[in-house]
Ligand binder design. Structure first.
Ligand code: AHR
Length: 499
């Protein structure tokens, strides 16, 4: 099979906002407790954070982490997580029917984020709470001092403001499962007023308005339009959430599911722009794809669980090679839509539907999905080139004319480097893949790598180093053209230099 992409130096989709490589740590399951925080672990530092986990997170180069939820945030009192740890209340977390000890709260998480070289995307509770709790939290976090809440932050150990830039106005407020779920009218008005007040406290922040919890929600579309009509002037982003499943064990159809992500993005962009037109506004609303991943492997086990444990193993999906390929296709889709998707958060980061897993008192290990994310996040920085792509296609159960090739190309001007990411969706066929890069001279290969040759169901649960990125020696370049063989079912990264 043959496939080809062409790019031109002057045809740029956008400059990538690095926040597209964000992730997510929710107070649920073993994400925080036994994930990032485990006092007593051999690698735990003074604050109780696992250094081995921080080291692996640093390999992912995650610029932004959404926190503290997720569904959890809709019942959370942020004040429970400040002050002396021994005085903090234990609370019922209704979202995950667990017990929250509040041993990690705001200051601890901000400290962890500094150690993990990342920024925080803070979600506020618009389920059980509203404007007052939000403005107090923002004053506590971002105001320099001289007021009740900012001085309390100082008393609690942080003299300097946290300077949190990105804030989510609640989480999945359309979902019937959400504590304090709302209609679009109710949420739109509340978000409008909360956003207005938050920007009065700190006008430098950016706000994310909740879109639908998925494009399959019965109110999808209508919800986006209504909430934007209310809150348009006060918000900067609209959120999208998407989780993939392969219950039917249909690989061609499963790997095509990133097409759905692409359609979802384009549909939501259309709605944002329709509201813009109706309002006659100059302002463009961009997208925050602040939850995306594969999530289904753990659902049966979670359904059988008894409630009210502390840090129970929840949503501990064990990912396989086919999941890594789909995550790779998702990353490529986000890149090719980076003109409007400015934030994206792989949900989540540690233990809960995560690329990184931990064992209590034991090791940290990488799931197959770690590898495409790691390469895209480290090398996919700069500008996305507009690719003209030609690939054979197939029809799957749900999707027509799915290209076997999924690819994106990123230009890094500072390093004189072009990085091509490509997935070959074919189960059987090698792909002779040609890349023509017009306007770039003296192209040379820096490296070509692949994650390939594994059984689609293979995991790294038993043998943690069973999967690895390997060099692909088949690459050759001539003039402005590179040729390489992409193995069946493969994630690939090609780094080229130019003069
Ligand atoms: O990421 C797990 C959960 O998925 C989040 O808490 C919620 O927002 C979504 O439904």
């Amino acid at each position: 099979m043959k496939a080809e992409v062409k790019a031109h130096k002057d045809h740029i989709i956008s400059t990538i906002d690095d926040r597209i490589y964000g992730s997510f740590v929710e107070h649920m399951g073993r994400a925080v407790y036994e994930g990032i925080y485990e006092p007593g672990h051999p690698t735990a530092n003074e604050q109780g954070f696992r250094q081995d986990v921080i080291d692996v997170i640093n390999e992912l180069n995650v610029p932004l982490v959404r926190y503290p939820g997720g569904n959890f945030v809709s019942g959370y009192n942020w004040e429970d997580g400040i002050g002396p740890k021994e005085d903090r209340p234990k609370r019922l977390d209704l979202a995950w029917r667990s017990v929250e000890t509040n041993q990690v709260g705001l200051h601890e998480f901000m400290e962890w984020s500094r150690q993990a070289n990342t920024e925080v995307n803070m979600a506020i509770n618009l389920g059980t709470r509203g404007i007052d709790a939000a403005r107090n939290l923002l004053e506590y976090c971002n105001h320099p001092g001289g007021t009740y809440w900012s001085d309390l932050r100082k008393e609690n150990g942080d003299e300097k403001p946290f300077a949190i830039k990105t804030w989510c106005l609640g989480n999945e407020m359309d979902g019937p499962w959400q504590t304090g779920a709302k209609t679009a009218e109710e949420y739109g008005r509340l978000a409008q007023e909360t956003g207005k007040v938050m920007k009065l406290v700190d006008e430098s922040i950016e706000l994310v308005l909740c879109g639908s919890s998925s494009s399959k929600m019965p109110t999808f579309g209508e919800w986006e339009y209504t909430v934007l009509e209310h809150a348009y002037d006060y918000v900067d982003f609209l959120s999208l959430h998407l989780y993939w499943e392969n219950f039917e064990n249909d690989l061609p159809n499963y790997l095509a599911k990133s097409v759905e992500m692409d359609h979802f993005i384009k549909d939501v962009v259309a709605i944002c722009d329709a509201v813009k037109a109706k309002k006659g506004s100059d302002k463009k609303i961009n997208l925050s794809f602040d939850e995306w991943n594969v999530w289904y492997h753990s659902k049966d086990a979670d359904a059988k669980r008894e409630p009210w444990d502390i840090a129970p193993p929840l949503l501990e999906d064990i990912y396989n090679f086919e999941d890594a390929l789909l995550v790779g296709c998702g990353l490529i889709t986000l890149l090719n839509n980076s003109d409007r998707v400015k934030i994206a958060c792989l949900a989540q980061l540690v233990n809960v539907i995560a690329p990184i897993m931990t064992v209590k008192d034991g090791e940290v290990w990488k799931q197959p999905t770690f590898y495409p994310f790691m390469q895209a996040s480290n090398y996919g920085r700069g500008k996305v080139l507009n690719l003209q792509s030609e690939s054979p296609t197939y029809d799957s159960k749900e999707y027509k004319a799915v290209p076997y090739l999924e690819s994106a190309a990123v230009l890094n001007d500072e390093k004189n480097e072009i990085v091509v990411f490509a997935v070959n969706r074919s189960e059987k066929d090698n792909m002779a893949f040609n890349t023509t890069l017009e306007g770039f001279n003296n192209i040379e290969v820096i490296e070509a790598t692949e994650l390939a040759g594994y059984d689609p169901k293979m995991t790294t649960q038993e043998q943690h180093d069973a999967m690895e990125i390997k060099p692909n020696e088949s690459i050759s370049v001539e003039g402005s053209r590179a040729e390489i063989d992409l193995k069946p079912l493969s994630w690939n990264m090609i780094r080229l230099s130019f003069k």
